[in-house]
Design a protein. Structure first.
Length: 238
């Protein structure tokens, strides 16, 4: 049998449904088209029983079933993420188990040296970017004004994916971020962080949709509508 997964969404959506693909692979050969931008940003290093990549068609001729993972419910629904599994009768709860990849310790070490970080040195990691060039202006407000250690910002470097930031994720004493795909990687790691702060990109729907997915002790920042509108002016209202 042949199954197709049709999931053209963002990197985080792709990481989240890797376990769905693994469950399907016990029933059939699974084919999964991955957009080139997400393939090159780390999915090409993921270990999966699915046949996946940018050269795989979104629909395989003669496939027995196509699992379309988009538009299964209203985007405001708190079930938006979980329904990628439950809509088809599958369990979502072990999604993080399938994010498996070989770490490139040489690149991780190069990033550590780029930021002049030493083993055991305290530092804060933060990320205020999401999507394609969007910035959450509230993230930097959570960085302590009197912090005397290094503050490391997630940046885009050529030939470096989010998977290569694992050492920095693991060793930061604080992690401050907008909700984005790095949360999926962070969920799989053993962390030293004593404080983890999450800034939702939408003031109403983000927390109900995502909070139950993560086991890490995130502190969610809650916004009223006017403050959120000021900090995320590019986000749609509904």
């Amino acid at each position: 049998m042949k199954y197709c997964i049709d999931q053209p969404g963002c990197l985080g959506d792709t990481l989240f449904v890797l376990n769905f693909a693994e469950q399907l692979s016990k029933e059939a050969e699974v084919y999964w088209h991955i957009s080139p931008v997400f393939w090159e940003n780390g999915i090409n290093r993921i270990k999966s029983p699915a046949i996946m990549g940018p050269n795989i068609p979104r629909r395989i001729q003669g496939s027995d079933k196509v699992f379309d993972l988009c538009d299964m419910c209203n985007r405001n629904s708190p079930e938006l993420m979980r329904m990628k599994y439950t809509h088809f009768g599958y369990d979502w709860s072990r999604w993080a188990d399938s994010i498996k990849f070989d770490r490139n310790l040489e690149i991780e070490d190069a990033l550590k040296k780029h930021f002049n970080l030493e083993e055991g040195e305290p530092f804060i990691f933060y990320n205020d970017s999401y999507g394609f060039g969007n910035v959450h202006k509230g993230v930097v407000q959570s960085i302590p004004e009197n912090y005397d250690g290094k503050v490391i910002k997630l940046n885009v470097f050529e030939n470096i994916s989010i998977l290569d930031w694992c050492w920095i994720f693991e060793n930061a004493e604080q992690i401050i971020t907008v909700d984005t795909s790095i949360l999926m990687i962070i969920e799989t790691l053993e962390l030293k962080a004593k404080k983890m702060i999450m800034h939702p990109r939408h003031y109403k729907r983000t927390m109900p949709q995502l909070e139950s997915l993560y086991s890490k002790p995130w502190e969610w920042v809650e916004y009223d509508r006017d403050t959120w509108r000021e900090l995320c002016p590019q986000e749609p209202e509904d």
